[in-house]
Design a protein around this ligand. Structure first.
Ligand SMILES: [Zn+2]
Length: 423
């Protein structure tokens, strides 16, 4: 039997495993059933000769007695020393949302598709990597090195109770792991090299409260924020539109620096539903915005921050009574694996061998757990590669293709042959 035949023979097993994973509603937030899904994988991988560890990320954001942040790491060592190939999948899924025509946790099979929340992002990828590893071990019991499979928490909310926690504990150190494949739904013929960075901040402009009929006795924080937004339009957005990255980010629009203004609020709070009176007449003394600035691998986070600070300081110098406070909310640095990295070249060759096409290189406009493997784990030999169409992630009637899962499992298996069999 060849490895690809062996994977084809596991079609029913692959479908059943994907269904079992989808049927555990690991909704995040708040982080439901993490223990259940880790226990299922723990039992399965133990039965296939893996050593397993269930690891709770105590004290990380969201971790509580009600919603503990559980992770599973499984390792199967070969007969001789060699490299370790690690497949990392997140087990959490986002909320269901509206518009479903199937049970989001029913995992119905229709033709070549399995439907459900998390089918494509990314329980289908997780199941594919497990089938690939199990088939490889059966076909080549004499392999060298090690295979690791992890199912981790909280990717959808930043990964701090998942990969970041494990990386801090040394699970992604270059001494332990040499190659990482994250089976996110990037399509079976694409290799994702990394992602852009993100910088989130809240900016508040200050004013002075006064009666609305005599605004000249106060100072309007909303007008000051108007001046900030005006400078964004005239200075910042045009500057960002001129910056392009060499990274193959998809979609095309995300090859620029971008910035979203998430929210704006100034003055009195919005009236609650149980009050239908008129607002009071006040000059607002505070106005706040939250910004989401995505930056390129060619940009430096200090420059990203400094550009905004310079704009605000400029207003402080030129605009009467302008005052502000800025609070940084979060930073994610960009990550980009080199095209000549061993895992990239290996999966490239595997896609050509299995699918008969040259892969496309992409990078993600947002971020995913690669950031923690890169920054905390210090491991640069990491890609995202897995079945599923990225556009289906987080959508109603999300599905994963069975053929796509089998094909990408074959690519993963081929990559294991290259990396873990003696030359
Ligand atoms: Zn995902």
């Amino acid at each position: 039997m060849t490895l690809t035949d062996r994977i084809d023979a596991k079609r029913d097993d692959l479908i059943a495993l994907t269904q079992a994973l989808i049927r555990i509603p690991t909704l995040n937030p708040p982080g439901r059933h993490y223990h259940d899904i880790c226990a299922l994988l723990d039992a399965r991988l133990k039965a296939h000769g893996f050593e397993t560890e269930m690891i709770r990320a105590f004290g990380t954001p969201g971790d509580s007695a009600t919603y503990p942040r559980w992770n599973l790491v499984a390792r199967r060592s070969g007969k001789r020393p060699g490299d370790c190939v690690h497949f990392n999948s997140h087990h959490d899924v986002v909320e269901v949302g509206h518009g479903w025509t199937r049970d989001p946790f029913g995992a119905a099979v229709e033709g070549d598709k399995i439907y459900g929340r998390g089918a494509c992002d990314m329980k289908g990828g997780l199941a594919s990597s497990i089938i690939a590893a199990e088939a490889f071990i059966e076909e080549f019991p004499e392999f060298q090195g090690a295979i690791e499979i992890s199912a981790t928490a909280d990717e959808e909310s930043g990964g701090y109770g998942g990969v970041a926690y494990l990386a801090e504990k040394g699970y992604f150190s270059p001494q332990r792991v040499q190659h990482v494949i994250i089976p996110e739904p990037l399509n079976k013929d694409r290799i994702c090299l990394g992602h852009r960075g993100g910088w989130w901040a809240e900016i508040e402009t200050k004013g002075e409260i006064a009666h609305g009929c005599m605004p000249f006795l106060g100072d309007c924080a909303v007008r000051h924020m108007g001046a900030v937004l005006d400078r964004f339009e005239t200075d910042l957005y045009p500057a960002m539109a001129n910056r392009f990255t060499e990274m193959p980010v998809v979609p095309e629009g995300a090859r620029n620096s971008t910035m979203n203004i998430n929210s704006i609020h100034g003055g009195q709070a919005e009236q609650t539903a149980d009050y239908d009176g008129l607002p009071a007449h006040c000059v607002p003394d505070s106005c706040r915005i939250v910004i989401d600035r995505r930056f390129l691998v060619e940009e430096n986070v200090d420059d990203v921050r400094g550009e905004i600070v310079a704009l605000l300081e400029g207003l402080k110098a030129s605009r009467d009574r302008f005052d502000y406070e800025m609070r940084e909310l979060n930073v994610v640095l960009p990550s980009m694996t080199d095209r000549t990295a061993p895992v990239v070249e290996t999966v490239h060759a595997a896609i050509e061998a299995i699918l008969g096409v040259a892969p496309t290189y992409v990078a993600s406009p947002g971020s995913y757990d690669q950031k923690h493997i890169d920054r905390i784990g210090k491991l640069r030999n990491c890609i995202a590669y897995g079945p599923g169409e990225l556009e289906l992630a987080h959508k109603p009637d999300e599905w994963i293709g069975i053929t796509d899962m089998l094909d990408s499992a074959k690519v993963m298996g081929h990559a294991l042959e290259t990396l873990l069999l003696p030359a």
